[in-house]
Design a protein around this ligand. Structure first.
Ligand code: NAD
Ligand code: APR
Length: 237
């Protein structure tokens, strides 16, 4: 028996969730993609063309992510997972560690994790907090020069898609938070949830690209709208 009208909840989060922790979003005014081109830092071709340039971009983002704290929205999602008697799966497009820092455990980083390094040669993902350089050697396979940030780039397949689609196909509530709905496949998750008969809710600063797909939308800052919505949910709302 759950304390909510919903049994299985899937939460999708994007850069807007971490904005009030001090991390830049991508497509807002002054967003990351207004300062650097996707083609130069977030594609496999960019890494092949200028590996140290790509590593420097992510070294800067890793150092930034290490200096910030989770905010009230991250805490509210950890509370939802802890207090809801049914299932809650949080799927994040974010590569920062703020969900874990707030206490969320049932979590998928579909675009990877800035605090890990991936070997292009053997596929091993390893926690790694220092700056990446092109001469690093993989501790698993010994290959040199193939270590890259554990970040899914444009044109690559995100992590754990089978698990995500299985959860979307079985959920009865889908909550999308802090994402513009610009990038697939994440932008298509709301349609998957609707197809499963789930109620769909958007909590975002402004209407996303997928706004017409949501049964309910609450627009405002995540640190305000997310705690309020979780409180409402945990009280049967
Ligand atoms: P996409 O077509 O889903 O990208 C949508 C948006 O990204 C575009 O509207 C544009 O705004 C931007 N974009 C994509 N490629 C671009 C480019 N070469 N130049 C400028 N803008 C570009 O992206 P995709 O290429 O189909 O890749 C989708 C795959 O990449 C998915 O698996 C997704 O999870 C992954 N991905 C990862 C990241 C990341 O930084 N970790 C970012 C986006 C996508
Ligand atoms: N509270 C709530 N929402 C916010 C806040 C805030 N304080 N600040 C910004 N937002 C919203 C914006 O209105 C926007 O809709 O967060 C969204 C951020 O959108 P994007 O910058 O496009 O980030 P995201 O949707 O996570 O991008 C998806 O694209 O480039 C790739 O890998 C990158 O994972 C990312 C993916």
């Amino acid at each position: 028996m759950t304390n909510l009208p919903y049994e299985r909840i899937v939460v999708l989060t994007g850069a807007g969730l971490s904005a009030e922790s001090g991390l830049s979003t991508f497509r807002d005014k002054d967003g990351i993609w207004s300062k650097v081109r996707i083609e130069d830092v977030a594609t496999p071709e960019a890494f092949a063309r200028d590996p140290q340039g790509v590593l420097d971009f992510y070294n800067g983002r890793r150092n930034g992510a290490g200096e910030v704290e989770p905010n009230a929205a991250h805490a509210a999602l950890a509370r939802l997972e802890a207090e809801h008697k049914g299932d809650v799966l949080t799927v994040t497009q974010n590569i920062d560690p703020l969900h874990e820092a707030a206490g969320t455990r049932n979590l998928v980083h579909m675009h990877g994790e800035i605090r890990k390094v991936l070997c292009n040669h053997c596929g091993t993902r390893t926690p790694y907090e220092d700056d990446l350089t092109v001469d690093l050697v993989c501790t698993q396979c010994g290959n040199q020069g193939g270590l890259r940030p554990d970040v899914v780039w444009f044109g690559e397949m995100p992590y754990q898609m089978d698990r995500i689609y299985a959860a979307l196909g079985a959920c009865d509530l889908f909550i999308s938070i802090g994402t513009s709905g610009n990038v697939y496949p994440a932008a298509g998750f709301v349609a998957e949830a609707r197809g499963a008969g789930a109620r769909t809710v958007e909590l975002n600063l402004e209407p996303s690209e997928g706004i017409t797909m949501f049964d309910e939308a609450i627009h405002g800052k995540a640190t305000q709208v997310v705690p309020a919505y979780v409180e409402r949910l945990l009280n049967g709302g």
